[in-house]
Design a binder for this molecule. Structure first.
Ligand code: IMP
Ligand code: MG
Length: 182
C-alpha cells in the first residue's frame, strides 16, 4: 500500500495486537463471568478494536456506539465536548465497558464516562486500546489497556490522521513530515 510510506516505524505488529487483544478478552471474560456486557464504542476510532475484542470475550456482548465532538490536540476545556450521536438504548442496570482507540489527554473518555455514570449503570469500566499516560490532562483510570504508547502520533488499527490510515492492520508512528508540511 502506497500510503505506508508515511509510516516512520511500526509500533505494534498485527500479530502482537492479535495476541494482546486475546489476552484482554480472556481477562474480561474472567472479570465478568456470569454477566452480560454492554460495550459502548466511541466512533470512529474504536470500531476496529471493539470488533476484535468482543470476539475474544466468551460472554454475551451488546454493541452500542457514541460519537462525541473533540477539539483535538490544542483543545480548550472538557466542557467544550458535546455528544453528536448517543447510544440507542437505556443503559441503566447494564455492565458497561466504554471503549476507545486511545486515551491521550483523557478528556474525551473522562467526559463520556462521567455522562454515562449519571445514567445509573450496574458498573462502568474504561478500555482503551492504547494509553499515552504522558499526555494526561485529567484524572482518568483506564481499567483495560492494550499497549502503553510513546508520546508520538500513532495511526492504524482504527487510529487516524485526518480520517486516513484507520485500516492499517498494525499501529505505526506517523512521519512528522506528513503533519508538519514544510
Ligand atoms: P483525548 O481526549 O485527548 O484523550 O483524545 C482522544 C482522541 O484523540 C482519540 O479518540 C483519538 O481520536 C485522538 N488521538 C489522540 N492521540 C492520537 C494519536 O496518537 N493518533 C491518532 N489519534 C489520536
Ligand atoms: Mg480520532
Amino acid at each position: 500500500m502506497a500510503f505506508e510510506q508515511d509510516i516512520e516505524r511500526v509500533f505494534a505488529e498485527a500479530g502482537a495486537i492479535k495476541e494482546r487483544v486475546a489476552e484482554l478478552g480472556d481477562k474480561i471474560t474472567r472479570d465478568y463471568a456470569g454477566r452480560e456486557i454492554t460495550m459502548i464504542g466511541l466512533l470512529t476510532g474504536a470500531v476496529t478494536f471493539m470488533a476484535d475484542l468482543a470476539r475474544q470475550i466468551r460472554l454475551p456482548v451488546y454493541y452500542e456506539f457514541m460519537s462525541v465532538s473533540s477539539y483535538g490536540q490544542s483543545s480548550v476545556s472538557s466542557g467544550q465536548i458535546t455528544v453528536k450521536k448517543d447510544v440507542g438504548r437505556d443503559v441503566a442496570g447494564r455492565h458497561i465497558i466504554l471503549v476507545d482507540d486511545i486515551a491521550d489527554t483523557g478528556l474525551t473518555l473522562n467526559y463520556t464516562a462521567t455522562k454515562l455514570a449519571g445514567r445509573k449503570p450496574a458498573s462502568l469500566k474504561i478500555c482503551a486500546f492504547l494509553d499515552k499516560p504522558a499526555r494526561r490532562e485529567t484524572a482518568l483510570s483506564v481499567d483495560y489497556t492494550g499497549f502503553t504508547a510513546p508520546d508520538e502520533f500513532l495511526v492504524g488499527y482504527g487510529l487516524d490522521y485526518a480520517q486516513k490510515y484507520r485500516n492499517l492492520p498494525y499501529v505505526g508512528i506517523l512521519k512528522k513530515s506528513v503533519y508538519n508540511k514544510p
